[in-house]
Design a binder for this molecule. Structure first.
Ligand code: HOZ
Length: 433
């Protein structure tokens, strides 16, 4: 057991009880409410490296990593020092800063598809802006998204969406006008034929295809061989744009994201999470001829008071600098593979049907024999068993994402010892399920 003290969450419970009277569901974002895994969410006090501590003093090995940004480990001393220096100059300028240029250059150098970039404040903002840009550039309205993929909570994307929508088993959200989503076409992930059929039915009206190149919001699902290539060819054939939502995978699957890993260059890319180093940031970028449409260079309007915020830029710059060190992605791959393979083996040894895998610093496990190639497959997993697994691990000091439909994240701070500790705990918990 990681925690030195017995598992008690009295203070968490008190604080969360008050939170529920103040905020819908007691939270600022739905998945963290633990609705699908049962029990109450843990209220945190501090984070450092691979660990988090709750308000009752329990310590956990963390595989959520604040949902992705903490790839160097929480509160990395160099990120904190850079932020302290930046903080002494103020918190927001609402005007150009040199930090924006530095981070923009780093992003452009790293991500194959990005020749020009616009910083925003979240992944949701990046995706809703890129959608407007897809439509502005092509003069077409329809888009194709994939079932179980999540591109933030903008109206047009809340169709068969993953993440919290999948976690809570929600139908399409009330408040989203049908007219807004009528241009959103959907296909099962990894189903090239379904995408082809949509293009054949709508040859001149599809602005583009947007997807998570590696899915993290329906659980962890990798693209079949040839799927991304096929999408690249189809979009080119029909004069549509290909957009990779790399909010989760950017600078995580590889320094240049999933597009570098798979060698497929989309027209546009959205980013978030890692490029903010733990502060709120999103970005969208791509071909210069397309990005030149964005105001004030062009007519497509999009703006933001805190966009390009100097603190967020500083945390992003330092985080990317840390990721540039030799051996980074080799280490992330090795540590995550050990974790993922160990978890699968432990589950099989205990007689559970299980499947999953990892790619660089992202992993997932489904309680079903699989294979899981899309959202329909993911839904066949034993969700009740996942809940019991989640709870058992939590009580023994391992913090996993509180949903079967979220990927797990590792960091440079996770040590071999942390992985051993996690696997020993998993073996114990899996034997009781
Ligand atoms: N959209 C994130 C998960 N994919 C955030 C979840 C949360 O913070 O509740």
């Amino acid at each position: 057991m990681v925690s030195a003290t017995p598992f008690k969450t009295t203070k968490s419970e008190e604080i969360f009880a008050t939170a529920q009277t103040l905020m819908p569901g007691g939270v600022s974002s739905p998945v963290r409410a633990f609705k699908s895994v049962g029990g109450q969410p843990i209220v945190f006090d501090r984070v450092e490296g691979a660990y988090i501590w709750d308000v009752d003093g329990n310590k956990y090995i963390d595989y959520v990593g604040t949902w992705g940004p903490a790839i160097c480990g929480h509160a990395h001393p160099e990120v904190i020092a850079a932020l302290q220096a930046a903080l002494s100059k103020g918190t927001s300028f609402g005007a150009p800063s040199v930090q924006e240029n530095i981070l923009a250059e780093m992003v452009i150098d790293a991500v194959p598809s990005i020749e020009m970039v616009r910083f925003v404040n979240s992944g949701t903002e990046a995706c809703m802006s890129v959608l407007r840009l897809m439509r502005a550039f092509t003069g077409r309205e329809k888009i194709i998204k994939f079932e179980g993929c999540y591109h933030g909570h903008a109206d047009m994307f809340l169709v068969k969406a993953g993440s919290g929508v999948a976690t809570l088993g929600l139908p399409d959200s009330p408040g989203v006008p049908k007219t807004t989503t009528s241009s959103t076409l959907t296909a099962p992930y990894n189903d090239l034929e379904a995408v082809k059929a949509l293009f054949v039915e709508n040859p001149d009206s599809i602005a583009g295809v947007i997807l998570e190149p590696v899915v993290g919001n329906a659980g962890f699902i990798v693209p079949d061989a040839g799927f991304l290539e096929g999408l690249r060819e189809l979009t080119q054939e029909y004069g549509a744009l290909l957009v990779f939502d790399e909010v989760m995978t950017g600078f995580r699957i590889a320094y240049g994201g999933a597009q570098e890993k798979f060698g497929i260059t989309p027209d546009l890319t959205t980013l978030g999470k890692v490029i903010g180093g733990g502060l709120p940031v999103g970005a969208y970028g791509g071909r210069k001829d397309i990005m030149s449409l964005v105001a004030p260079a062009g007519p497509m309007y999009q703006a933001g008071t805190l966009s390009g915020n100097p603190l967020a830029m500083t945390a992003g710059i330092k985080t990317l600098e840390l990721l540039q060190k030799p051996g980074t992605y080799e280490y992330l791959t090795q540590v995550t593979q050990k974790l993922s393979q160990g978890l699968l083996q432990a589950a099989r040894d205990c007689g559970h049907a299980v499947c999953g895998g990892s790619l660089s610093a992202m992993f997932g496990l489904f309680f079903t024999a699989g294979p899981v190639r899309n959202y329909e497959d993911a839904k066949k997993a034993d969700l009740a068993k996942f809940s019991r697994f989640h709870r058992g691990m939590l009580e023994q000091g391992i913090y996993l994402a509180p949903s079967q439909f979220e990927a797990g994240f590792t960091s440079l701070a996770h040590t071999d010892e942390d992985i051993e500790q996690t696997l020993a705990t998993a073996r114990m918990v899996l034997a009781t399920l």
